[in-house]
Structures are given as C-alpha cells and as structure tokens.
Write a protein that binds this ligand. Structure first.
Ligand code: SD4
Length: 325
C-alpha cells in the first residue's frame, strides 16, 4: 500500500502534525542495530522505498552511479499520484497549493536543492539540474520554477482529484485549524553506495500536509533532511522538519559516523538529542536512515512506525526501525 494514512495526535507548537505509528504489517522486525551491508546497496525510508529501491538497484547492479540510482529511484515515488506525501498527488498546504521540496547530494560535496516548487512533479530532477547546471545550491519558489522550465521540465496540476477531495474535507471539518487528526506524512529519502564506492543521497517531499503557505521543512535543506560525505557516509531524515532543522539532523548523524559510531548508533544519538531538545513534544516523530562507506546501514526513530527498505544483490527487504519508545 503506497497510500499510508496514519492516525495521529496533534503534534506540536509548530502547528502541524506527525504520525505516531503506522501499520506496515509486512516489515521485518529483526533489524535492530546496524547491519553489515554489501556493495552496491540502496536504502530508502518507508514502504514506498521498496519501489524506489527496485529501480535504483537495477541501476547499481548494472554498474550505474549512486547519484543516478537515488534520483531515478525517488522519481518513481514522485510520479505516483496515489502517494500523498511526495510529488504529484502530495497533500497541499492550507491554501490548497501543492508545494514540493527536494535535495540531492554526492559524497564529494556536490549538491542541489529546490524548495517551494509548484506545478513541477519531479523536484528531485530539478535539484539535480541545480547541482549540475548552476553555480548555486538552492533555488526556491518562482525562481526554481523558472529554472525548471528553462531546463525543459513541464508544468502540470499536482493536485489530484483525491487530494482535492481530501483538502476540501479538511477545510470543512477542521476549519483551518492546525489541530488536525489524520495525516499522511512519509517523505522519501534514499541513500546509495555504488560498486565503485561512490555514495549519494536524495530526499523529496510535499512536506507537512496543510502547512502554512510558504513553509519549507528539512527535506530540501542540505545538512538537515540529507547529508552525504564520502569521508564518513550518508544520512537522511523523515519526520517533523522543524525539529530536524533545529538540530542539523542529518549532518549530525554523518558527523557521529565520522567520529566512529556505527550507522545505527549515529542515528540513535541524534534521535536522542532531538528528543531531549523537544521534551515537551511528547508526540514528536523523527527518524533517520544512515549508510557508511562500507555499506553498513542503520535506522532509528523516536516512535515506532518508521520503516525502511534495503536493496542489495540479496533482494529487497522492508525493516521496522528500532525506536526510543
Ligand atoms: C517535512 N520532514 O516537511 C518533512 C516531512 C516528512 O515524513 O519527512 N515526513 O517536515
């Protein structure tokens, strides 16, 4: 099921909400700590990560690059109109606009990002163009869209019949209140290590459902939603963006690996830190995935419900991340 709906409690002072738990009955639960991986390897957040990994791993298996694998992998999820958290079909903001955020990064520090991008369904590919075709790292809003059009991307309506219906329902029942009680909130982040030992990551989302118009989360921010450094590894986040930004989450996970922690321990250390900093936000959910340069991987979240997909020559598997609670 691509369209994960999670019943949630109201999250926070930030006025958006995050899931506390979700039902992924086909996840494997034995992946408690960092696992020894093989090269090449691809790891993605959430169940839709399986779809991304299948496409990404085909590229890796045929000797392709990590950067191609992560981009082409997450594009599968961006293109899925039934996925209400990424790309076309993503939930709109509280004014009814679908605004997309994404970033991409290579181990050598090359990176690109777009935020608050409207009417372009593949923000990750625009982010890659920012990395490759401009001297900049981040383009936002109308500037990002103008650049995308110049690069040959086409505009389309990203609000599907379903998300429009959900939005209208939300307007009726919630009356613009941030005290929402049902949400769907599963950004995709994908990390890959290719056969040549190159590492890369991609992160793409429609952000928090019913967010304030103009709100940008962690997902397009290098160092927050994603960070990659070939001297240490890669990490990516899912969950309440404000908490991840505040702690430079993904950069901190990579830093912890640089200091010798395993991917699992690095994720755990930063999740613990985030939880401590937000002690009053009982329902706060944040999760990380991490991958080191040997293909070892790990994940950890505050609350149960976060799962992630691994793709290697041995096949594709979905794991439940271990969590604090
Ligand atoms: C955001 N971090 O916009 C994203 C949302 C997300 O799982 O990751 N949800 O805050």
């Amino acid at each position: 099921m691509k369209n994960r709906r999670a019943f949630i409690k109201t999250a926070s002072i930030f006025g958006i909400a995050m899931p506390l738990a979700s039902c992924h009955s086909n996840s494997n639960t034995n992946n408690q700590k960092s696992q020894e991986g093989v090269k090449p390897i691809i790891i993605s957040t959430w169940e839709h990560g399986l779809d991304a990994n299948k496409v990404g791993f085909e590229i890796l298996k045929n000797g392709g690059s990590a950067i191609d694998a992560v981009e082409k992998g997450v594009v599968v999820v961006e293109n899925d109109p039934t996925n209400q958290t990424v790309g076309i079909g993503g939930f709109p903001d509280r004014d009814g606009n679908v605004t997309l955020d994404a970033c991409i990064m290579k181990g050598d520090g090359g990176c690109g990002s777009v935020a608050f991008l409207q009417e372009i369904k593949n923000p990750i590919s625009v982010a890659r163009k920012v990395m490759e075709e401009t001297p900049h790292i981040m383009l936002v809003g109308s500037g990002a869209k103008k650049f995308a059009l110049e690069q040959g991307f086409k505009t389309e309506n990203l609000l599907t019949e379903q998300t429009k219906k959900d939005y209208l329902e939300w307007l009726e029942t919630e009356n613009y209140s941030p005290e929402i009680n049902i949400e769907n909130h599963d950004t995709i982040s994908t990390l890959a290590l290719d056969a040549n030992g190159k590492i890369a990551g991609a992160c793409t989302t429609s952000g928090a459902a019913w967010k304030m118009h103009g709100r940008v989360g962690d997902s397009p921010l290098i160092g927050a939603g994603l960070f990659v450094d070939e001297e240490a590894g890669a990490a990516a986040a899912t969950g309440l963006g404000e908490a991840v930004i505040r702690t430079a989450g993904s950069a901190m996970v990579v830093e912890a690996m640089r200091n010798g922690l395993s991917p699992y321990d690095a994720c755990k250390e930063v999740v613990d830190r985030i939880r401590k900093k937000h002690a009053t936000l009982k329902d706060l959910q944040v999760g990380f995935v991490a991958l080191d340069m040997k293909g070892n991987y790990g994940a950890y979240s505050i609350h149960p419900g976060f799962n992630y997909a691994i793709g290697t020559i041995n096949g594709h598997t979905l794991f439940d991340a271990k969590s604090m609670f």
